[in-house]
Design a protein around this ligand. Structure first.
Ligand SMILES: *[C@@H]1O[C@H](CO)[C@@H](O)[C@H](O)[C@H]1NC(C)=O
Length: 327
């Protein structure tokens, strides 16, 4: 009986995850972090690289994990099938039996850029090896929402000319396999760079009224507008069937004057949790957006000062501010 109740409670947190960034020299051990996350009912995490200490700590935890590859591995995975085999053998095979691997993401925000020409072949190679090894683990990649040249209104969403050829290939691969696309989306950066034109409550997700109309769709927050902008851009490269996962979003608690405070960060992240667990976007109201907050910890080896202050927790595991993950 207890077990059943526990399971139901645990699965409630399904749509929200946390980014487990490790760019710090003072973080607690992964087993302590994983048990803290379990006690807080966090159902998913994202790793930027296949860190073996974290993967080992995830064994039998029930927590789902998105595993990233290093950007530097992308050309090797594309050019050398044996490198891809070895990557899976090293980073997936030892953990797959007892770790709930949600998907593998090739690199982080490499499109457009030198590495994007390798992306399609890298996706194909890694997917082939994963399938041949008997796993059903989606293989995808991570882009930044800033690849959209146009996103206002959301239906005008379109990838930049530089990104489009690569996004066409990626969307066709993902759509053909039924795999999602990972996107990083930060209303904070949009607001902080253009506070004259973006209303704070629209960025913070606490506006009670529609701020932007797009045809008959009303947008009360910039997060939804960003997600629907990506959906619109995907439709323009024949990727209308591809689901979007927001693999990073968040708000720093200090470092940029009036744009950052504990109160602003708490407001954004708490509304984000509530929002993505309860509804979809105006364009796809029935489709809840799986979302990962950046990040679990303040990371002291990141560049000062905003980048060091995205965490929900200090390295001693006390809260920077309280977030309720259960709705
Ligand atoms: C949204 O939250 C901010 C920060 O807590 C607050 O200052 C503001 O009044 C809130 N806006 C609305 C419309 O509730």
């Amino acid at each position: 009986m207890c077990l059943i109740i526990y399971f139901l409670k645990f699965s409630d947190g399904g749509g929200i995850g946390l980014n487990y960034g490790l760019v710090a020299d003072n973080l607690p051990s992964p087993p302590r972090v994983i048990s803290m996350l379990k006690s807080r009912n966090v159902a998913r995490i994202r790793l930027f690289e296949p860190n073996h200490d974290v993967l080992a700590a995830l064994r039998n935890s029930g927590i789902q994990v998105v595993i990233g590859t290093l950007n530097a591995d992308i050309p090797n995975i594309a050019n050398d099938i044996n490198f891809a085999k070895n990557w899976v053998q090293t980073n997936i095979v030892p953990y797959a039996p007892t770790v709930n691997i949600h998907c593998i993401s090739l690199g982080n925000e490499v499109t457009p850029g030198d590495l994007s020409s390798y992306m399609l072949q890298a996706l194909k190679n890694l997917d082939r090896v994963v399938k041949n090894s008997g796993y059903k683990i989606p293989v995808t990649t991570t882009i930044g929402v800033y690849l959209l040249t146009s996103s206002y209104p959301p239906s005008s969403g379109d990838f930049s000319e530089a990104a489009k050829p690569s996004m066409q290939q990626v969307a066709s691969f993902l759509g053909g396999n039924g795999y999602p696309l990972m996107v990083t989306a930060y209303p904070y950066f949009a607001y902080a760079s253009d506070p004259g034109n973006i209303r704070l409550s629209y960025a913070l997700l606490n506006s009670t009224e529609v701020v932007v109309w797009d045809g008959n769709l009303g947008y009360a927050n910039l997060f939804d507008a960003m997600v629907d902008g990506v959906y619109a851009a995907l439709e323009k490269v024949n990727g209308g069937s591809v689901d979007v996962i927001i693999c990073e979003s968040g708000w720093p608690s200090k470092g940029n004057g009036v744009f950052t405070s504990v109160e602003l960060a708490r407001t954004y992240n708490q509304h984000l949790v509530k929002h993505v667990l309860s509804s979809g976007t105006p364009k796809k109201p029935g489709k809840k957006v799986e979302t990962y907050i950046f990040a679990i910890f303040n990371e002291d080896r990141k560049s000062p000062e905003v980048e060091q202050n995205f965490g929900l927790f200090y390295p001693d595991m006390t809260e920077v501010y309280h977030i309720n993950f259960n709705y």
